[in-house]
Design a protein. Structure first.
Length: 159
């Protein structure tokens, strides 16, 4: 399989996996960077910067983990502020991006590994998948929807 046949890549007519469109790669890298900025802003306690990565009516949907969807700048700010305040520190690693661009909209899935220490000293270690819907704005790519779900479920008690 050549790179040009992978989702989210742009190839040339030769089919040899080389890049045939710099604008396509730029969009892909901008979206990948957006996902890393999300992690860095969340881990760094940069609330304004984190919220600015979403459209004004953007949604963070944690229903895959039993957390209701949150929509809009004000609600996102309140949610992320509470999340940041409940942790002594976190580290989110994001990988395995699959990005598909369609004009001024895009879709992205990526794995994440998040771990941290809660204020009570207990540790959190989570593996999951982000499923993102993105839009191109005058300020660059933004999340219109970020859905989160776990990849691994804890073993049943006693197993």
């Amino acid at each position: 399989m050549t790179a040009s046949s992978l989702p989210g890549t742009v190839g040339n007519d030769a089919g040899n996996g080389t890049v045939g469109n710099d604008a396509g790669i730029t969009d892909i890298e901008q979206i990948r960077r957006l996902t890393h900025e999300y992690a860095g802003n969340l881990d760094g306690g940069l609330l304004d910067e984190l919220v600015s990565l979403f459209t004004d009516d953007g949604v963070w949907d944690g229903s895959g983990w039993g957390i209701p969807a949150i929509q809009g700048t004000k609600a996102l700010r309140e949610f992320f502020a509470a999340t940041m305040a409940s942790n002594a520190g976190t580290c989110h690693l994001t990988s395995n991006h699959i990005i598909t661009i369609d004009g001024n909209s895009a879709a992205c899935t990526a794995y994440f590994h998040a771990f941290g220490r809660r204020l009570d000293g207990s540790l959190n270690d989570s593996l999951g998948i982000y499923t993102d819907e993105l839009v191109r704005t005058a300020q660059g790519w933004k999340f219109s929807r970020r859905s989160v779900r776990g990849m691994l479920t804890p073993p049943a008690a006693g197993s």
